[in-house]
Each structure stands twice: as C-alpha cells, then as structure tokens.
Design a binder for this molecule. Structure first.
Ligand code: ADP
Length: 461
C-alpha cells in the first residue's frame, strides 16, 4: 500500500483524538496512522541560515519532517505573499492586498526549497497531499526535479472569482502551478465553479468530461469539490465532558438565566465580526424587550499579528464592542463579552452547548468549521440555532441553518430575534437535519474521498 505524505505550511504535532487536536489534524493523523508516511512542513521556527535538511522526529507514532524558515522567507513567503496577498485576494479583499514582487519571489523561493527537501524523503509509490495556499507551487517544483508521484492539492480557503483573481499579477503562474497536481480539491461548488470559469475564460484549457477532468497547461488533472468535515463524535463527546463542568457552570451562573449568543473566530477581517457586533447592536436597538435578557459572547484570539491589517481590525473591534456596551450596558448587565483569547476545543464545545444561537457570519470563508462544531456540540433535547453566512462554504451543505447575508445587518438582527423565539419543535427539526449532514460528511469521509480520487491518478482523456 502507498504511504501518505502530508504537506502543509505548519505541521500539527498532537496525539490523535487529544483534546488539543484540531479537526483537520485528527483527520490527517488518522490517515497517517493507517497508511504510514510523514507529515512535512514548516517547524514554526525562524532562524538565521536554516538547514535545508529536514529535521526528522516522531510523536505519537507519526513521523514528522520540518524545516525552519529564514527571516527573509518568513517576511516574504509567509507574512508577505501568503498572508498579505493570497489570503486577502482569495477572500475577495483586493482592497487589503499588498503586492510586492519580492514577496512573490520569496514565495517561489520558499516553495522550491521545500520541494528540494521533500524530494529526498519520497518513495516512488508515495501519495503526496499538499494543503492550502502557502504551498501552491510545490508540485510544480517537485515535477521540475523529476518527481512523478501522484500529488493532490486541497485549498482550504475560497477560490476567488475570475475577475478578482486576475488582479494578482501572477494569476497565470498560480493556476498553472495548480495544474501540476493530479487532483485539485476545493471546499464548495462555488469554488469549483469559479476555478472552472478561470480555466474556460483565461486559458486555452478544455474540459474533457464536462466538469472534472481538465486538460490545461499541457497537463491533465481532476478538479472537484471535497467539502471538509469535522471530527463529529469527538466534538459531541467533548461538549458533554465532565472536565468542562467547572467552567461551564461558571458561564451558566454568570448568565443568570439570560440567553447566550456565541461567536468564535480567529481575529480575522474575513470573519465579519464588526458587522456581527453591529447586527447585535441593532437587535438591542429594535427590541428593548431583549435588554438585560441576552448576552453575546464573542471569542476572538488575535492571529497574524505581524500583518498590519490584523492590528487595525483588532482596534476597530475593541472600539465597537466598547461603544455598544457603553450605550446599552446596565449596572448589572454587559451585553457584549468580547474575549481576545483562545480556549481549548473542549472548553469551546462546552460553551457552544450552552449557547442558544451560534452566530457564524464570515464575509467569506472556505468552509467554516466553527459552524459545524457548534451544531455537533448541541443537546438534541434542546438544541440551539445556527445563524450562518451565505458566504461560508458550509452554507452549501447546512441548508437548514438560518442563512443570512452578513452585510445586511438589519436582516441579521431580525434573524437573531427569530432564532431567540424559535419553538423547540422547529429547533429540533432543523438541528436533526443539519446534524445528519455533518455526520455523513465528517473529516474521515472527507479524507477518504480525496485519497480515493487521488489513488486513481494519473488521469487521461
Ligand atoms: P479558520 O480556519 O479560518 O480559522 P474555521 O472555522 O474553519 O476557520 O476553523 C477554525 C478552527 O479553529 C475550528 O476548529 C475552531 O474550533 C478553532 N478555533 C477558532 N477560534 C478559536 C478560539 N478562539 N479558540 C480555540 N480554537 C478556536
């Protein structure tokens, strides 16, 4: 049987199923345990003159190979092209894009260096599965070095529409690099469609079987959607874990019978947290009856603090949360609890279970796993309501959530009102239907599906 080589910018060293393991890590570690292989990527360290030999280690029976980044690569490849160019562009924020040719060159240089280091680890039958936008050129660089293995790529972010993508001066190089993979996976039909549009209108590529088999840039590859799932059973169990008892009880006690709305996101401009605060403010403005009866808990730990726009959004959120609380708080009630820190997934699951609304309103998101985790954490006898942005990949699957346009703050506020009043019967009906989808399309189904298609490579007309 083929080994699996997982490649991602950051590797996650955790025990499978451990409380700290993210859903993706749990899924991929499970595959690595089954198939054997190695997880390859950046160590997370930045060092002067880093070695080009990967550092090998094992943890929990899984082999890891990591490289450090040089300060230049950290600036140009990671903070620069990946997080200040591709991330905003792929989330339809061309206004936040900061283009420097040196960043693109750093991105190519770092990918070439990763490819060289990885080549020495590969065996002829290995399946190579590359994750996310940091590593798009990896297969092209490996093929240049003569590597013929089956290689797949999965994009965790959205793929932007054709006219947004062409804002990137190197759009052609980026899509051409994708064609070096045998399988290119997207989160949703929307992303697959925007990718297909690009191929149709911007290249001389052809579709060999209507939708999935593409001949472009002198390569034949399979493009499809593979919506990522969560480790559903794990979240269900964590949400009810006795280890949460003390914290959950403190939360419940602090609410004093008020209803809880919860938002949990990395502090990122793509998550729509500012608009979400405004929608909550409008709920209070339009419905004095809800004053002192509802609390909005927003958990948003800072990320990517070396990128300027992240400092700006943080400042804006602090200002807005403070302003709204200043306007509405009573001596015994603060409507918004805004926390700039992370919690373990176990604690978060326990908090989700206490919230009667999960408010998940990104302006753009590849999938949004929080939406699925919120639903999986609910008590089936008295489930909460998911209010979900139509611009999250999850909205394509979770059609029984209350779907909103996050820019339409009045409607989001009205939807919050509706969710707060929803009957138990309707909540249960929606939850069951949503949970059914989440269970069927969990993280294990996702990776098995992707690897099944990758195993069929190479593709010919
Ligand atoms: P993204 O990958 O853009 O951060 P997702 O919603 O798809 O967004 O995935 C986020 C993951 O990180 C989820 O598994 C979620 O539980 C976890 N997470 C998000 N916010 C926090 C937080 N404040 N503390 C701990 N974990 C978090």
């Amino acid at each position: 049987m083929s080994r699996l080589v997982v490649v991602s910018n950051r590797v996650t060293k955790v025990q499978q199923g451990g409380a700290q393991a993210g859903g993706l890590a749990v899924g991929l570690l499970g595959a690595l345990e089954e198939m054997g292989g190695v997880w390859f990527g950046w160590s997370g360290n930045v060092t002067e003159d880093p070695s080009d030999e990967p550092r090998m280690s094992t943890s929990g029976g899984i082999a890891y190979a990591t490289l450090d980044l040089s300060p230049e690569d950290y600036d140009e490849y990671y903070n620069g092209f990946s997080n200040s160019m591709l991330w905003p562009l792929f989330h339809y924020r061309q206004d936040l894009m900061e283009f420097h040719l040196s960043s693109y060159q750093g991105y190519r240089r770092a990918n070439a260096r990763f490819a060289k280091a990885l080549k020495g680890l590969l065996e002829p039958d290995d399946l190579v599965w590359v994750h996310d936008y940091h590593m798009i050129p990896l297969a092209e660089e490996l093929r240049r070095l003569g590597v013929r293995n089956k290689m797949g790529f999965f994009l965790h972010t959205p793929f932007p529409s054709h006219q947004v993508l062409v804002v990137l001066p190197q759009h052609r190089e980026i899509v051409s690099a994708l064609s070096a993979y045998d399988v290119v996976g997207f989160q949703s039909s929307t992303d697959l469609r925007t990718f297909s549009h690009y191929i149709r209108f911007e290249t001389s590529g052809v579709f060999l079987d209507e939708r999935h088999l593409i001949r472009a840039f002198r390569r034949t590859f399979h493009a499809n959607k593979f919506p990522i799932g969560i480790d559903t059973e794990n979240i269900e169990a964590m949400a009810q874990s006795p280890d949460n008892a003390v914290r959950v009880e403190r939360l419940v006690r602090s609410l004093r019978g008020r209803k809880l709305i919860i938002g949990v996101d990395r502090l990122d401009y793509s998550k729509g947290i500012v608009q979400r605060l405004h929608a909550f403010e409008l709920l209070l403005a339009r419905n004095p009856d809800w004053h002192n009866k509802v609390v909005f808990l927003q958990i948003a730990p800072p990320t990517r603090e070396d990128v300027a726009h992240y400092g700006e959004i943080r400042h804006l959120l602090e200002t807005e949360a403070g302003r709204i609380n200043g306007e509405y708080a009573e001596f015994d009630w603060v409507p918004i609890r805004y926390l700039n820190r992370g919690f373990t997934r176990q604690t978060l699951s326990g908090f989700f279970r206490q919230a009667c609304i999960g408010l998940v309103t990104p302006l753009r998101d590849g999938m949004n796993l929080v939406a699925k985790e919120y639903v999986a954490a609910q008590n089936s006898a008295d489930p909460g309501v998911l209010v979900l942005s139509r611009f999250a990949g999850a909205a394509e699957q979770l059609t029984n959530a209350l779907i909103v346009n996050p820019y339409d703050e009045e409607r989001v506020a009205a939807t919050l009102g509706r969710a707060l009043e929803m009957t138990l019967k309707e909540r249960q009906g929606r939850w069951r239907a949503t949970m059914d989808v989440i269970r069927r399309h969990d993280i294990v189904a996702w990776r098995k599906n992707f690897l099944r298609v990758l195993n069929r490579a190479p593709f010919t007309a």
